[in-house]
Design a protein. Sequence first.
Length: 221
Amino acid sequence: MAVQPTVYVVDDEPAIRLLIQRILEPQGLTAVACASAEEFFAAGQAAGPACVVLDLRLGAMNGLEVMREYRQRGGQAPVIVLTAFGSVPLAVDSMKGGAFDFVAKPFAAAQLLEKVQAALAADRLRLLQAAELQTARERFAGLTPREMEILQAISDGKPSKIIAYECGISVRTVEHHRANILVRTGAHNVAHLVLLAVRSGIVTLRQENGAPPVEFEVAVG
C-alpha cells in the first residue's frame, strides 16, 4: 500500500494554514499544520514522500533558521518558502540556502499546488535512489575479497588483461568474476555497477595522470 504524501505547512497565520490545507487535502495529500518551528520539529519526519511549505517570517525563528535547523536534524524533504509580496530578495537568499522553490503571497492555489507536486516528485526520486543504494550496499557486503579487488580495478577503468596480470589470474577468470559481480549486485551493466559502488562508498575512483574525475548520471530502475 502506497504511503500518502505529506506536506508540512509551517506558518504562524491560522488563515494561511487553513487555506493551504484546503488546497492540498482534496488532492489526496496529508497536510500537517504547524503554527511554529517548535510544532514543526515536534511533528517528526514522514515515512514516505514529503515536502515543507515554510513561511519565512515565524517570529522567534525566521524561515532560513528553521530550514537550517531542519537540515541539521536530518530532514531531507524539499522546502518551499512562503514570502510576502515585496520580500523576493529574502526568498532568493533562501534558495541559496537550499530551498527547493518559493511562493510569494498572495498566491494562486494552482501555483502553490504545482510547486508542491514538483517538490513531492523530487522527494519520491530521492527516496527511490536511497532505497536503491541501501539494497546495493547489502549486496556489495556479500562479495568475496577477490570480487571486491576486481570491483575496485573495474572502477579504476582497468581492462581485463591488466586486472588478470595484477591479480595473477586468467582473463577468463576475470570475466567470470565480472559477470558474477553484476548478477550479485543487480547492476544493469558495468557503468551502473561503478555508479552504485561509488555512491555506496564501496570503492573510490582513483584519478591517474591528472585525468578529470569521472561523473555519472543517476540511473534508477
